[in-house]
Write a protein that binds this ligand. Structure first.
Ligand code: KG4
Ligand code: ZN
Length: 326
């Protein structure tokens, strides 16, 4: 059984996953303290992880109904993410493993989002294309094997898809995190009321879209709720179509016929509906496995790469730039 930790941003997460990929417990404590700042404050996130981590781990054992002695492998997110936040889960994981002389797997957060596909009951196996769209990254990946090489087909040039949702929501006077709020408002709007740009590059780019929304909010009567709902719907459509266009191109070029989705934006209903229309074998994670969680970190550890005690003690976290998908 694997005990996994994930504290790369503002969710304090611990999970217990069986060696066959069955999720026994997946505890996610979201730090709502950041909402009033309109974004995550790194130092506050780290301090809250410290306060929450023990209780979250205890809750995972209670929910799973298993004992500490049943854990045979420990895993934790190493990066990318906020350094102070990462350190809490990573040190907790290393300490738990070291105290019991257990092996430890240091997991890249983005590989974790891919690995959500490997959990039961789906156990969606490579080869497949993976669209990972989160608050910090937008990646289209060709995954040939579990734990094997991953080819990056398209990446973020500027803002990530989740960031585009968050910034768009802010311009429309909505709260943080913006994705769920913007999509709720969009449900009351007409997606064809405005024609927003989807980016010309083969990579993902959302900065132009963000600027287009800013200018549009100045032209129209943004105090009118229906106008804001129309803006939200059209803006969401542009993000979804931008993602879809690169996915279609990637499928065509790679010849792959299977597609897995991951990352917080994968929880978006409009995106899920649109991808559902494609003629591919599709893996859409349940919403709690789209946004940050530790079950996906355990799933990535299932693919191998754990270090024996005490070889992992000197490992450190990385904020950015060092992971396999940088
Ligand atoms: O993967 P994630 O939980 O954390 C990161 O690794 O960044 O992704 C968070 C991002 C946020 O930008 C949030 O607004 C977005 O995912 N998100 C959504 C939805 N739920 C979360 N975006 C659109 N629609 C949603 N339903
Ligand atoms: Zn994430």
């Amino acid at each position: 059984m694997i005990l996994a930790f994930e504290t790369s941003c503002d969710d304090t997460c611990a999970a217990l996953v069986g060696d066959d990929g069955t999720v026994l417990a997946n505890v996610i404590s979201s730090q709502e303290v950041h909402n009033r700042f309109g974004g995550v404050v790194p130092e506050i996130a780290a301090r809250h992880h410290l306060e929450l981590i023990d209780a979250v781990v205890a809750e995972a054992f209670a929910r799973a109904g298993v004992g500490i002695e049943q854990v045979s492998l420990v895993a934790a997110t190493r990066g990318p993410g906020l350094t102070g936040a990462l350190l809490v889960g990573f040190c907790a994981g290393k300490s738990f493993a070291a105290a019991r002389e257990l092996p430890f797997a240091a997991i890249d957060h983005l590989e974790g989002h891919i690995a959500a596909a490997y959990l039961a009951p789906a156990r969606f196996e490579p080869p497949f294309l993976a669209l990972i769209a989160s608050g910090g990254h937008t990646l289209l990946l060709d995954v040939s094997a579990r734990g094997g090489p991953v080819e990056v087909l398209a990446r973020t040039l500027d803002d990530a898809a989740g960031e585009a949702f968050d910034k768009g929501a802010r311009m429309l006077g909505l709260g943080y995190p913006g994705g769920p709020e913007l999509s709720r408002l969009a449900a009351d709007g007409d997606p064809r009321s405005y024609d927003f740009p989807t980016g010309r590059s083969e990579d993902f780019s959302f900065a132009g879209l963000k600027t287009a929304l800013l200018y549009k909010t100045r032209e129209v009567d943004a105090s009118d709720r229906q106008v804001r709902a129309n803006l939200a719907a059209a803006y969401q459509r542009a993000i979804v179509e931008a993602l879809l266009r690169r996915v279609l191109r990637g499928l065509e070029r790679s010849g792959r016929t299977r597609l897995a989705l991951g990352g917080g934006v994968a929880a978006n209903a409009a995106l899920r509906a649109r991808l559902g229309e494609l003629e591919v074998e599709l893996f859409l994670p349940p919403p709690e496995l789209c946004t940050d969680n530790a079950a996906m970190i355990a799933a990535a550890a299932l693919a191998g790469g754990a270090l024996s005690y005490p070889d992992y003690l000197g490992l450190d976290v990385y904020a950015t730039g060092e992971g396999p998908l940088r």
